[in-house]
Design a binder for this molecule. Structure first.
Ligand code: UD1
Length: 364
């Protein structure tokens, strides 16, 4: 039996480890162990995802919580090092680009435990983003780099990563979506907001560059209020954004518009149900850029760059500046959408390809 740790830490990680956990569990030679660092700890940022994705409670919980970047990364490293010394995994799988991804990769690599990074090679080329630093460093010390698009392979090769370490396995987020599609399709969450299919926009915002400065966040709120006069808006508010809206006293501004529906963060199935049926999404999330491309839904990404360029080249995504948001929303409402193509290997079969990859690596 090979003991494989799956590191889960923050909301976007849970849907990436779920299909892996279920696929590993079917293999008689893998013992999967879920290690939750506790970076996200609110019920609706963590626990509900375990329920929706049919995951067991984490086998290991580090309970690290929030902090500055160094505090959070350092605390995860210290706590996880103790776990791996005792637990001796044969391999550690880290996903995505959050602080815990880097922390667990680093703790493992220093103890010579092989690390596999799922979603390797993504680059925004913007080192002011904490995630870009996490991506660069995690990829530099990982033993297996699983990518989801050709640009990921190219970026890694340019950074001098040996070709043998890179394997294109596809997009695991599509596996999670397809895994629970039936539950997603049974819901009609838009009705809870008294809205109709294809007649609302869905918004998510949490990047520090959009929500941490009062001026930017105020402009964003004004823009959302203005958009809501043309199409109703549903806005599930991330905890970081919530804290800032509160401390900058911006909730009264948002509440001025009855067509702007503010809600707490939603569980995975409910959020996906809203995404399936929205007219357009406005976001600064990485995952939503991919999910909208897969679903063929127009997406405006409020960022100057993206580490997921394939969603622009082939998909429905468009980068958008705050000052052009209104006009871009207008264009989508008037003209309908651009043609798009689902990228290769975004097919719901990524977990199976990962099992094959591990079989080669661990049983050689
Ligand atoms: C983190 C990831 C980001 C990812 C995002 C998804 C890093 C550097 N950032 O950003 O890449 O896109 O998760 O959500 O790893 N908080 C709560 N409850 C929680 C979690 C957080 O209230 O369950 C609050 C805390 O006040 C915390 C703040 O949100 O300080 C930010 O949380 P943190 O995990 O540091 O970063 P995110 O902005 O969530």
């Amino acid at each position: 039996m090979k003991l494989i740790h799956l590191i889960a830490a923050a909301r976007p990680n849970f849907m990436k480890i779920a299909p892996l956990y279920h696929a590993f569990n079917q293999e008689d030679w893998i013992e999967p162990v879920i290690a939750h660092t506790g970076q996200h700890y609110d019920v609706n940022m963590s626990e509900t995802f375990f329920t929706d994705l049919r995951l067991p409670d984490p086998h290991i919980h580090l309970g690290v919580g929030s902090g500055t970047h160094a505090e959070q990364t350092g605390k995860v490293m210290i706590a996880y090092e103790k776990v791996i010394i005792e637990n001796k995994p044969d391999l550690v799988v880290v996903v995505g680009d959050v602080n815990s991804t880097l922390a667990c990769a680093l703790a493992s690599a220093k103890l010579n435990i092989p690390v596999a990074h799922l979603e390797a090679g993504l680059r925004s080329f913007d080192r002011t983003m904490p995630e870009e630093i996490n991506r660069l460093l995690t990829d530099a010390i990982s033993d297996i780099l699983w990518t989801h698009s050709p640009d990921g392979d190219d970026n890694l090769l340019k950074e001098g990563i040996p070709k043998e370490k890179i394997q294109r396995v596809g997009n695991i987020m599509i596996d999670s979506l397809e895994m629970i599609r039936d539950s997603i399709e049974q819901l009609n969450i838009y009705q809870e907001f008294s809205l109709a299919k294809s007649e609302y926009a869905l918004i998510t915002l949490h990047r520090p560059s959009n929500v941490d400065k009062m001026d930017t966040l105020k402009q964003l709120c004004l823009s959302l209020v203005s958009i809501s006069t043309r199409i109703p808006v549903i806005f599930p508010v991330h905890p970081r954004t919530y804290e800032n809206l509160l401390s900058f006293n911006l909730f009264p501004l948002l509440k001025k518009s009855p067509a702007l529906h503010i809600t707490a963060p939603l569980n995975y199935a409910s959020f996906m149900n809203l995404l399936f049926h929205c007219k357009l999404a406005i976001t600064d999330s990485g995952g939503i850029q991919e999910e909208t491309t897969y679903l063929g839904i127009p997406c405006l990404t409020l960022r100057p760059n993206t580490e997921r360029p394939i969603t622009i080249k082939q998909g429905t995504n468009k980068l958008c500046k705050l000052e052009n948001l209104d006009e871009n929303v207008g264009a989508i409402l008037e003209i309908n959408q651009k043609a798009c193509k689902v990228p290769e290997l975004w097919d719901g079969k990524t977990a199976g390809r990962i099992v094959n990859s591990l079989e080669h690596y661990l049983q050689e």
